[in-house]
Design a protein around this ligand. Structure first.
Ligand SMILES: *Cc1c(COP(=O)(O)O)cnc(C)c1O
Length: 414
């Protein structure tokens, strides 16, 4: 299949409401035109007519592996190294337990390192594992990004795994995947990458970076739909070792069994990536996810990156030009090589400013305490959108629209 470098041709493949400039594809990707039909087909034909037969006749049972192999192509992994399943949070649990299994002979390794500004669920899962495995005496080192290198240097030899999200969800700052992985592995520790804000935002090269483990999310840049199945990756060398040692599945549900339909009371772990499956896959969500993945497989991610950098540079320049003096401070690195596909500004009135923007049809989001976040998804966001969004931001600031009471009341989801 030839990949299209002409990114603008993809916009018509998305259903976007008129009058909306959507700069939140980093939180919930837009709806691909193909998705409603795909879901409808799955509901009406496969469920309604095929009924239980569709597990085989529509190949429902292989959806997690099939989608995993498609995701693998988007993140620089090989077939059989990725499975789509569960949520990112659950997959983090499985990935951390797997790191502990892989380091089983290294009981002196006690430390899990992460970034204190990592997405909270990542940090919460690590805290849960430390509490559950109290006898393993794990120690958590959550440090600021600027202390990461020195922490790995100082603690690496006692470390089980370093767990980082490649792109910071607040600032959009990006870790150097190859460099950090190498530093971690030189100390004998394992590297776990969270690709929540990387997958389909820019090219990811897990195997070229010699990554050990990874997880990621498919409802953000991938456009898989709200609550779409997440994924987990393990390098082939680790899968082979886990198989060779007959290591237990990290969450031993029946879909991780070597032969689930034998209904053996004795658990026997599946070979390969299927050790990470747990229970019955959500087939309606998979229908939406697969429609999005099939679109992505026609896209050249290098071209997406080029377009994303251009949109982000343009937005920064427009906002700094038009909104000078309003107290908006760029929170994202100026160097494009050090960021993902979002631009963030800090402002003490960030929440109300974003509400005022949303009322004007410019949808971004707010992250506590003071971050206005704008995601750039070149398949459906254009340079005209960037100019219009910056113009609306100027109006919100100029007219102090954010002081209106209706923009100050906080909803449950920000
Ligand atoms: C979005 C995001 C998640 C989401 O986890 P869920 O289990 O899908 O709710 C996890 N980690 C990071 C870094 C994220 O950005």
């Amino acid at each position: 299949m030839s990949l299209s470098a002409d990114i603008s041709s993809f916009r018509r493949l998305f259903a976007l409401p008129a009058g909306v400039i959507y700069l939140d594809g980093n939180s919930l990707g837009a709806l691909p035109q193909a998705t409603p039909d795909a879901v409808q087909r799955t509901v009406v034909n496969e469920w309604g007519v095929g009924l239980i037969r569709s597990w085989n006749t529509a190949d429902w049972v292989n959806a997690p592996r099939r989608c995993g192999d498609k995701i693998a192509r988007l993140i620089g992994a090989a077939p059989g190294e990725v499975i789509a399943c569960d949520s990112t949070s659950v997959n983090l649990f499985k990935a951390l337990l797997t790191a502990l299994q892989l380091q089983r002979e290294q009981q002196h390794r006690r430390v899990i390192i992460s970034d204190i500004d990592n997405f909270p669920t990542d940090l919460y899962i690590a805290q849960g594992i430390r509490a559950l495995l109290a006898e393993r005496h794990l120690e958590l080192r959550f440090v600021k990004r600027k202390q990461m290198q020195e922490t790995i240097a100082a603690e690496g030899a006692r470390t089980v795994v370093v767990m980082l999200t490649q792109v910071d969800y607040r600032t959009g700052e990006r870790y150097d995947m190859a460099g950090v992985t190498q530093q971690v592995q030189a100390q004998g520790a394992l590297m776990l990458w969270d690709l929540a804000h990387s997958t389909c935002a820019f090219p990811v090269a897990l195997n070229a970076c010699n990554a050990d483990l990874a997880v990621g999310c498919t409802y953000k840049y991938v456009n898989g739909g709200p609550g779409a199945p997440a994924f987990i990756y393990a390098a082939r060398r680790h899968l082979d070792r886990l198989d060779a040692t007959n290591a237990m599945a990290p969450l031993s549900g029946w879909f991780a069994h070597a032969a689930p339909f034998v209904f053996d009371p004795q658990f026997q772990v599946s070979r390969g990536i299927e050790r990470f499956a747990v229970g019955t896959p959500p087939i309606l969500q998979f229908a939406a996810l697969e429609a999005a993945l099939d679109l992505w497989l026609q896209v050249d991610l290098e071209a997406v990156r080029t377009a994303s950098v251009a949109l982000c540079e343009h937005f920064i320049a427009e906002v700094e030009n038009r909104c000078a003096g309003f107290g908006l401070a760029l929170a994202t690195p100026r160097d494009a090589a050090r960021r993902g596909s979002q631009v963030s500004f800090r402002h003490l009135e960030g929440y109300a400013i974003m509400q005022a923007l949303i009322a004007r049809g410019v949808i971004g989001d707010f992250r506590a305490p003071d971050i206005l976040r704008f995601g750039f998804t070149p398949l459906y966001v254009t340079a005209d959108d960037v100019i219009a969004a910056a113009g609306h931001l100027r109006e919100v600031m100029l007219q102090a629209e954010y002081t209106r009471p209706e923009f100050r009341a906080r909803s449950k989801v920000t």
